[in-house]
Ligand binder design. Structure first.
Ligand SMILES: Cc1cc2nc3c(=O)[nH]c(=O)nc-3n(C[C@H](O)[C@H](O)[C@H](O)COP(=O)(O)OP(=O)(O)OC[C@H]3O[C@@H](n4cnc5c(N)ncnc54)[C@H](O)[C@@H]3O)c2cc1C
Length: 455
């Protein structure tokens, strides 16, 4: 039987929210596979924004760190309580406060799952476009706090592009509102934008006003296979340069195709580099874009695959969405990053990132959101092998160096969290980093909101 900490006992006696003894489920995120497990004094499970404010106020008054937690699907250990404190789990704040389909907007609480937001919109013929891969578990608050991307960010932008307002608990425990159901608002500094992607280090998001758009009538993916990363990336640049409004442009390198090719719902030329693009819009528009995509990709593709039926299209996306699991299953473990580079450096970045694996003796493969220059180079690890885990940490450092050398970023979508926080200053440079730190101090003078993350 675990013994309640004094924080757990005192917090329970002081606030309305349910306070639980930290169960293992609240102490990790997706970085658990890389050996990261946190430690907390208590878990708070508020049901309302006011209860969130009360917990933050208690923590601020008692000098106790607060770690906001969404669905725990992050890859940067942002939700992992590294050094004790209170895990503030948002899962019970899951109400839809209002949904106005004719005004294309929704007001939801932070703990609502991403897949629910998308489902509710879809049922009224609308689309909430951000589609990060773990939508069944991730929460809209977690997506906003990481400014999550996903395949369709190429055409539709990342999560922040769809947020018009936020309700946030800020230090030392006050509920405030930045923006609202507004599509224009230039009054004051854009504090809403500062909150988006702040990874729980500036405040706790309790609700969001989201913008929606009519769902496209048709969405047709096509995939071209090329002789290596250079030829594949040249095809990606051709698609971008053609001005075709592709909804997504993804890449899958030859090694990824070697691991995942067996389950691909079509023929794959051996060792080929895949480029997946999607045409969407009205049926006529989508048909036209699809035709042109096939032409542009077909110039020097080894093969093309263009599914037509709903079942074939669903099978292709199911395959793409399952990649991470298939790759992880190859050796029992994996570690990957999410660096992003300018589009014209993508081929170099892919090749050099795979070379890092070769140098360190780790099998590697690479796939990602090509249109945004966002790589998910992944190292395949033997489950539970400490030596390989240590090598993977080295490989990540070399990936960050590579990103900075090519004029890119250490994180295109997963965030900085705990795992990359030592790198931020190097990316930003001294003066920008000083301003970054000053923003943190302005919002969190006692450094109690998710300390040790991001900043
Ligand atoms: C299979 C798989 C595929 C993925 N694909 C993608 C992808 O395509 N694109 C992408 O961007 N990411 C992807 N991810 C990563 C992850 O799903 C996203 O980062 C997601 O946005 C995290 O949401 P979450 O609710 O799980 O947040 P958590 O992991 O719980 O938290 C993430 C960060 O946000 C903070 N936070 C959470 N909720 C709040 C809140 N209400 N207020 C303030 N701070 C908060 C936490 O403190 C932490 O710093 C993938 C993950 C998996 C497992």
């Amino acid at each position: 039987m675990s013994i309640a900490t004094s924080v757990e006992r005192e917090l329970r006696a002081s606030v309305a929210a349910e306070i639980a003894t930290p169960a293992a489920a609240y102490l990790h995120d997706e970085t658990e596979a890389r050996g990261l497990l946190g430690r907390a004094d208590a878990v708070a499970l508020p049901r309302t924004a006011e209860e969130v404010a009360e917990v933050v106020a208690w923590c601020y008054a008692h000098g106790v760190p607060v770690v906001p937690r969404g669905g725990g699907t992050g890859y940067a250990a942002g939700a992992v309580p590294i050094d004790g404190g209170v895990v503030l789990a948002l899962e019970r704040l899951d109400r839809v406060r209002s949904f106005e389909p004719l005004l294309w907007r929704m007001h939801v609480e932070a703990g609502l799952r991403t897949s629910e937001v998308r489902r509710i919109a879809r049922e009224s013929g609308l689309l909430f476009p951000p589609d990060p891969g773990a939508a069944e578990q991730s929460q809209i608050g977690g997506n906003i706090a990481t400014n999550a991307g996903g395949p369709h960010a190429y055409k539709y932008g990342v999560t922040g592009a769809w947020v018009t307002g936020l309700e946030v608990v800020v230090a030392p425990g006050e509920l405030v509102r930045f923006g609202g159901p507004l599509t224009k608002d230039v009054a004051g500094y854009d504090l809403k934008r500062l909150m988006i992607g702040s990874e729980g280090t500036l405040g706790v998001i309790t609700a969001a006003w989201l913008r929606l758009t009519p769902a496209p009538e048709a969405a047709w993916p096509v995939i071209g296979f090329f002789d290596g990363a250079r030829v594949g990336c040249a095809a990606i640049e051709r698609v971008v340069g053609s001005g075709l409004p592709a909804a997504t442009i993804e890449y899958l390198d030859g090694e990824t195709m070697r691991y995942a090719g067996a389950t691909f719902p079509g023929e794959v030329p051996a060792g080929a580099f895949g480029v997946l693009a999607e045409a969407d819009g009205s049926r006529d528009e989508a048909a036209g874009i699809r035709r042109e995509l096939l032409e542009v990709l077909g110039e020097d593709a080894l093969a093309l695959y263009a599914p037509e039926t709903a079942a074939e299209i669903a099978a292709l996306w199911r395959w793409r969405d399952g990649l991470s699991v298939v790759i992880g299953a190859q050796r029992g473990g994996k570690a990957g990053e999410d660096i992003a580079v300018p589009l014209d450096r993508l081929a170099e970045a892919i090749e050099e990132s795979l070379e890092i694996g070769r140098r360190l003796g780790l099998p590697a493969c690479s796939w990602g959101h090509a249109g945004n220059g966002n790589l998910h180079t992944t190292f395949l690890l033997a489950a539970g092998d400490e030596r390989e885990l240590a090598l993977a940490a080295k490989a990540s450092e070399q990936l960050f160096e590579l990103a900075l050398r090519l004029g890119g970023t250490i994180s295109g979508e997963h965030g900085v969290g705990f795992v990359k926080h030592n790198w931020l200053e190097r990316q930003l440079g001294p003066r920008a980093y000083e301003l970054h730190a000053a923003v943190k101090r302005a919002f969190d003078p006692e450094n109690l909101l998710n300390p040790g993350k991001k900043a």
